[in-house]
Design a protein around this ligand. Structure first.
Ligand code: NAP
Length: 307
């Protein structure tokens, strides 16, 4: 494939940035990849792994001369990073981010993007429960959605070029406005994570008070919650602090549904439970038909992703 950006700077070098670097290298989409992470430990790890051509001690140095700057830090850190790199951005460059929440990032980063630099916010709907520079792999984005939430006045040429990069990763790209993005993600990602965290918390509490065999017998369903609840605490703290309204809205609806099912159980209303579970099963079928998961038993967990 042809080079899409001659010089790319990745700020934050964890799961998403390292996967982007592996994908850019494998498919020849970038001429030169520079990177920066907050800790000397991560920077040293990236030098050892070797997925970046240059690792810099400051974000300001990393973005110098970059045609594309990717902010791949937790949502709560976007503001400080954007403020730091502002004076060092090359005119004509594109700045994007990969944050899981879009309205808050646009508010945090937008004011720091100088005239003549394009800001195209984005979010890959791909991830794992692992984090850090060792966790990335080149195929993470294949057949996954990558959402762009361009803001008023964004140069369509800059948006189209970024779309080509993500399509080069094998991703499917869609555009939507930021408030809609945040609501959709509250339903498909943010609230499910909160529920998984809560369920694991409840089981943990029960284990402590009753010494029950939660771990030993976890393969019955609980284990699938624990995978989600093992996701990075900093990232998810920031998601809930910044996508507050939409998450609370969806959580309110969830609580209402929970009470409906609770009542059906209490009243012994088997028909209602059966009808409800039939509907939810159809959703699972739809996800498999859309190629967003496999119908292999156990979520295809035995499948090994290669780096
Ligand atoms: P990660 O693996 O935890 O990596 C985060 C990186 O950001 C690390 O290199 C960290 O450096 C760096 N960082 C943290 N605070 C910083 C700061 N104040 N200044 C500079 N660097 C800082 O995270 P990730 O999973 O790649 O997530 C990155 C972004 O992608 C987040 O905004 C997240 O919402 C979004 N996202 C994540 C997923 C997912 O499933 N994980 C999916 C889609 C989008 P140190 O290692 O030195 O601390």
């Amino acid at each position: 494939m042809a080079v899409i950006y001659e010089r790319v700077a990745l700020i934050g070098l964890g799961l998403i940035a390292s996967s982007m670097a592996h994908a850019m290298r494998r498919r020849g989409l970038a001429g030169h990849i520079a990177g920066h992470a907050r800790s000397a430990e991560t920077r040293e790890a990236v030098r050892r792994i070797g997925f970046a051509d240059a690792v810099h001690d400051s974000a300001a140095e990393a973005v110098r001369d970059a045609d594309l700057v990717v902010l791949a830090v937790p949502v709560g850190a976007m503001h400080a990073v954007a403020r730091e790199i502002r004076p060092h951005l090359k005119p004509g460059a594109t700045v994007t981010d990969v944050g899981s929440v879009k309205q808050a990032v646009i508010e945090a980063v937008g004011p720091h993007v100088p005239p003549g630099v394009h800001f195209v916010p984005s979010h890959p709907l791909a991830g794992t429960e692992h984090s850090g520079p060792y966790s990335g792999f080149a195929t993470l984005f294949e057949n996954r959605w990558w959402l762009l939430t361009p803001i008023d006045g964004t140069d369509p040429g800059a948006t189209a070029r970024l779309r080509r990069l993500y399509e080069g990763f094998g991703a499917n790209v869609d555009e939507m406005d930021a408030p809609h993005h945040d609501l959709v993600l509250a339903v498909v990602s943010h609230t499910p994570h909160l529920i998984a965290y809560t369920m694991v918390g409840v089981a943990d509490h029960l284990r402590r008070v009753s010494k029950s065999e939660v771990i030993k017998y976890s393969a019955t369903g609980f284990r699938d919650f624990t995978r989600i609840a093992a996701s990075d605490p900093t990232m998810w703290r920031d998601v809930f602090l910044t996508n507050k309204e939409a998450t609370l809205d969806v959580l309110g609806r969830f609580t209402e549904e929970l009470f409906v099912l609770q009542r059906a159980i209490r009243m012994g209303d088997g028909d209602q439970l059966h009808e409800y579970f039939t509907r939810t099963r159809d959703i699972r079928r739809g996800i498999i038909e859309a190629g967003q998961d496999t119908d292999a038993p156990d979520f295809g967990r035995a499948r090994k992703e290669e780096a």
